[in-house]
Design a protein around this ligand. Structure first.
Ligand SMILES: [Zn+2]
Length: 335
């Protein structure tokens, strides 16, 4: 072979390689175009959709799984019902991605309602406790606190046994308004008079020394003084006796709170009024009482009618003034 021939052969084989590359490129381009067309068709007629099943049952399609699940989560955390704390849904829906024709309808609303309908709603509210027992229910912590505060302020006898707890239940209880709970739970504080009734005529709770009562007294009734303070030999007289006709009006010597009104042993029908700072007045042997314990009375208000009940020989008022249980001489202040 000549040198020229050798050169021609080289050129021809190069040409062949070139043609082959072109063919490969052509094929690649055709494949790419075909792929694009197929994708285009898929995008045009099909779209990625989630098939949703719930408790093993197919319940519909969703185009936007995240949005649907967020809506369910939102509902569970904040159901938007009064006093509802949260909703418990035992099983969450399952999502499976699939390609479906574009005209398949998503039914997110139906799916949501279906999932929602299986939810168990937990309500929260507050139980007012008296001695650890649930008594009444209120909607908010503020109301519960207000009940406790009000009863403490009123010095209710059960004030130290009261409390409240937050409840989470699947059923809502009937609520009671604050004022009703306060009035139902209120217990009158004990009247501190038992301390001295047992030692009514001992020297320790009997004094002739004048003390400052801090209040001015008026005469509860008018009549004849039949027995003075400290008189009578054996048991010293702890009050002042004023006699008048049966039924004569007896008035409060000063304003205050009636702490006792009723039968009281040898005192008969008796009214006791507390005037604060340990000062009390007693009105004994009455024929009729017109006030009740717990009642507030003002100075001069009619509280009873004169009589001869208890250890008494005739209609008279046995008037006592006590300071911290110690009987004072009424005539240091009156008559
Ligand atoms: Zn007397």
């Amino acid at each position: 072979m000549s040198l020229e021939n050798k050169g021609e052969v080289k050129i021809r084989s190069l040409k062949r390689i070139f043609i082959n590359i072109r063919t490969i490129l052509k094929i690649l381009i055709v494949i790419s175009i075909a792929t694009f067309i197929i994708i285009g068709i898929v995008v045009l007629f099909f779209s990625p959709t989630y098939s949703v099943s719930f408790n093993g049952e197919f319940i519909g399609y969703s185009k936007n799984k995240t949005k649907l699940q967020n809506r369910i989560n939102e509902y569970m955390n904040n159901p938007g019902i009064a006093n509802a704390a949260f909703v418990e849904i035992e099983e969450l829906p399952e999502y499976k991605l699939c390609l479906l024709k574009n005209d398949v309808q998503a039914n997110d609303d139906e799916i949501f309602e279906k999932v929602k309908s299986t939810g168990i709603t937990y309500y929260t509210y507050y139980a007012i406790l008296d001695n650890k027992e649930e008594k009444y229910y209120v909607a908010t912590a503020d109301e519960a606190q207000s009940v406790i505060d009000k009863l403490k302020e009123k010095k209710s006898n059960n004030k130290d046994d009261l409390g409240f707890i937050q409840k989470y239940e699947t059923e809502l209880k009937e609520f009671t308004d604050v004022e009703t709970v306060v009035s139902k739970l209120y217990e009158k504080p004990p009247v501190q008079r038992n301390l001295y009734t047992a030692k009514i005529s001992t020297a320790a709770n009997y004094t002739s020394k004048k003390v400052d009562l801090g209040i001015d007294l008026i005469r509860p009734t008018s009549g004849i003084i039949t027995s003075r303070f400290g008189s009578r030999g054996s048991g010293r007289h702890t009050g002042l006796d004023i006699a008048a006709a049966k039924g004569t009006t007896i008035k409060a010597a000063a304003g205050g709170t009636v702490t006792f009104s009723g039968e009281r042993g040898t005192y008969g029908l008796t009214v006791i009024i507390s005037h604060g700072n340990g000062v009390e007045t007693y009105y004994a042997h009455c024929n009729r009482l017109v006030v009740k314990a717990g009642q507030t009375v003002s100075q001069g208000e009619k509280i009873a009618e004169m009589g001869s009940t208890g250890n008494s020989t005739g209609p008279h008022l046995h008037l006592e003034i006590r300071v911290n249980g110690v009987a004072q001489n009424p005539q240091n202040y009156l008559y």
